[in-house]
Design a protein around this ligand. Structure first.
Ligand code: 3NM
Length: 237
């Protein structure tokens, strides 16, 4: 019994080490705009938001649920993940590694207080996309050692979409982060709107993750996404 347990511990530790050491960044397939769902802000279910985002041309979508129970989120995501994947989009689950694993989502987005990135990598495997939120330079430096496929940094501007956001980091800090992360894709987040996209890319972001300026109002999601993507692609050219 003890032997079996030891062997299991050894195997999972070995798996973790192999995954961490051999992790080569998966191309996360980030487009310049990374939409994130929110049922409270859009007044729509996750799958309704996904349908509209796909109509607007989204190729990667993060499902984020901070209010509902795991069971409700699971039930919603069980519809939204295959819907997005059938249309060729990469579907990322916020926080919940278990839900991502159960639904064969394309990856997870983890925050500073979620399951450690290395443990998520060991569970999800080398092919999964793992994104990680950072809010200051100390966290960014620590994240450089982790098996992540992209780093998010924010909030760049004040945001009303997150409860207890970290202090506003600003564009200058975003530039400093870009200098640190080298070739890890950098996702700027927090209060980004069409009028500030240019400044965000000029500061060094590879991608802008956005909630409210895309999904509010719910009826305009496809239109909002399409126009933000056009602006971003034009500016990055
Ligand atoms: N994370 P909006 S800011 C989900 O700072 C999230 O890590 C943030 O929503 C961070 O585009 C944020 O409506 C909210 O401001 C982003």
């Amino acid at each position: 019994m003890i032997f079996v347990r030891r062997r299991l511990i050894f195997r999972s530790l070995f798996g973790l080490v192999v995954n961490v050491i051999h992790h080569v960044n998966v191309n996360p397939g980030l487009s310049s705009i990374y939409p994130i769902t929110d049922t409270g802000i859009s007044n729509l279910t996750h799958s309704e938001q996904v349908t509209r985002l796909l109509a607007g041309g989204a190729t990667i979508i993060q499902l984020r649920e901070k209010r509902e129970s795991a069971r409700t989120f699971f039930a919603e995501a069980a519809i939204a993940v295959p819907l997005g994947q059938a249309a060729g989009a990469r579907m990322i689950i916020n926080d919940r590694v278990d839900i991502a694993l159960a639904l064969k989502a394309d990856g997870v987005h983890l925050g500073q207080t979620d399951m450690p990135v290395s443990a998520a990598r060991a569970l999800l495997g080398a092919e999964a996309i793992i994104g990680y939120s950072t809010h200051n330079l100390v966290q960014v430096k620590a994240a450089l050692e982790l098996p992540v496929d992209y780093l998010a940094f924010g909030p760049i501007f004040p945001t009303g979409s997150k409860e207890n956001p970290d202090p506003v980091a600003g564009l200058e800090a975003l530039g400093a982060v870009k200098a640190l992360v080298a070739d890890i894709p950098l996702v700027a987040i927090g209060g980004i709107r069409r009028g500030t996209l240019e400044a965000v890319f000029a500061a060094g972001a590879d991608c802008a993750a956005i909630i409210s300026d895309i999904i509010s109002p719910g009826e305009k999601i496809a239109e909002n996404f399409r126009s933000l993507l056009a602006i971003a692609n034009n500016q990055r050219r």
